[in-house]
Design a protein around this ligand. Sequence first.
Ligand code: GLN
Ligand code: ZN
Length: 756
Amino acid sequence: MAETTNLGYPRIGKQRELKRAVERYWSGKTGEDDAQAVAAEVRRGAWAVQQQAGIDHIPCNDFTFYDHMLDMACFLGLVPDRFQHTAGQPVSLATYSTMARGGDGIAALEMTKWFDTNYHYLVPELNGPDPRRSGNAPVDAYREAKAQVGAAAMPVIVGPLTFTLLGKHHAKPIAEHVADLLPIYRDLLSDLYREGAEWVQIDEPCLVQDRSREELDLYASVYADLAGGNHPKIMLATYFGDLGPNWEAVMALPVEGIGIDFVRQGGNIRDFEVKRFPADKVLAAGVVNGRGVWRADLDSALGRLETIQSHVDAQRIWVGPSCSLLFLPHDKRLETSLDDDVLANLSFAEQRLDEIRTLADGLNKGRDAIADALAANRDRLRNRGHSVYNHEPTQQRVRALTDADATRAEPFAARREQQDARLNLPAFPTTTIGSFPQAGDVRSMRARLRSGKISAAEYDAYVKGKMDELIAKQEQIGLDVLVHGEFERTDMVEYFAEQLSGFVATEHGWVQSYGSRCVRPPIIVGDVYRPEPMTVETSVYAQSRTRRPMKGMLTGPVTILNWSFAREDIPRSVVCHQIALALRDEVSDLEQGGIGIIQIDEPALREGLPLRRADWDEYLDWAIRAFRLASSSAAPGTQIHTHMCYSEFNDIIDAIKAMDADVISIENSRSNEELLEAFTDNKYEQMIGPGVYDIHSPAVPETEAIIERLRHATRVLGPDVMWVNPDCGLKTRNDAEVWPSLRNMVEAAKKVRAAV
Ligand code: GLN
Ligand code: ZN
């Protein structure tokens, strides 16, 4: 009989209990006991749900207070010296929290996106103290789970290679780092074995990326080493895509089971059929989507399982999700305001578990045994085809697009002349990225609007007041290009999703973004179009309050797509182009309203890059085209800006160039030589605002330090193309930090301007 498995479960709690408990603990309102008690309750709840759903292999040690990579780093004793940890001791929750969030003058570990998801992990520092086992956390987690779910409990750990490859290293070969970690991994496996764990899941998602021959050889020797000691059976989990050219190397690893993602791309099932699967291993078949919220197509998932079963004995098949369910909200049954058609077509984490059970039953007992579920599923999928959310005019518009629609009327040089004449800005123009601090007052007004305590008119008047104040202050300190502050936006994607047709919002669809921070990604349920202007009234009002140029602020199509749950019935590229067309109309209306500069933010463009290089071009083609569709109807005299908050441009510089924005503002807080050179080496001719200070830090930058950065960037880029701005939006800072910083920035720009 085929069994069922799960690779990981959401850990924030159905009502975000963990978030609240952890934040209470951080603020000092409660002690560690409270946080520990809530955490235990969250774990207990997750295990109970999975047990009731009939999952045979239930993950444990997948829980974390902040991040699973940080947990592993702590267990391995990779606590950098600045945290003053005693080697070999378990890491306290206090130290752990400081590693995650930083402390008095102590920098946190760096944070970055987990593969191409919106989840952020903390980057382990392998260049600090030597690794040394610290505490017993994974074993304790197993014991706790075993007491509740018995033999079903399956500890999950990040594999030694994925852990190392994602970390920051010394300048020594990866193999040496891994060799230092291996004894600790062996020790852990042997403990888990002694505790009675039948299986351990070892996550190695790095296997779906491009890997060199040496790296694959290293995989072979590392797993041979682990297999040499006492250990539970190893289920090596790969996920987020195809194994591709790594297929043979992975199949040859001396492990008892291999988990394969059969959802995300088509390559794994093709390779499976052609190259087969080793007869002595268990196959954990990921056949329901851990990264999207649409109900599984049970017929086709079962078909896939049947194909697998024709080559692999049923008792060696585990039915499971494509990856951890961490990326899904907990339970769709909490939603009360979605319409029934939409709701019927969604599956959050709890619903995925039911799908897994149903599919395993179908495989074990035959299609007849799940005939009702299959029929209901078919009906729902059919209904989705003639959804009220279809919009024929939008589909036609996308079909009719030509290259001309994605091309500005004039080349940059000609546009620049017209823009210079119109805007009349000094050299080194100063501006900001858009948002300003949203203190408690903004949030409480929004809450009062939602609860009906104030009227929409009162709220509007309040937001206008905030804008007036902000505009006056920007003029006063001498910024050249102003912004309205984005006070009306909670979130740069949600704000547009709420106004565009084709999106729905959830009430409880929270997923972890990092630590205690959760987001509720909007769900794209139909064709996207713009029923009416979204930002025009606000921007036109803001422009009316000043003679200086006021930037219109839009979130770009790729970012809106990447930070939403997208439809799965049409290609992402089509969804993206629909969003782009809606924004294109917005750009035209802003122009009509007299807005001369429009910024279209694309912070998520890079993180959407496919995990393998070979797939980059296809993605970049449609993503860049989407940006161009959104921006290219602008008249030559309208200046299009874009903003990106990351600094690795070198490998996608051609695509950035092809966006053809007139000005790009970028993160450059580490004043990275390479970054600047990417722009010069590649003859980037448009204007650039390399962030002159790091907004992620509360520190106020000195004028001299900013001048130094500006001079440096100018030497590389040349004075004609330079803009002066912080490296990202200021929403998360407070006024006491923002205004002195901006004053220094303006002063620095004036000095540099005077000198050229
Ligand atoms: N305009 C946005 C802001 O300033 C950009 C945010 C971002 O880059 N993530 O908040
Ligand atoms: Zn940014």
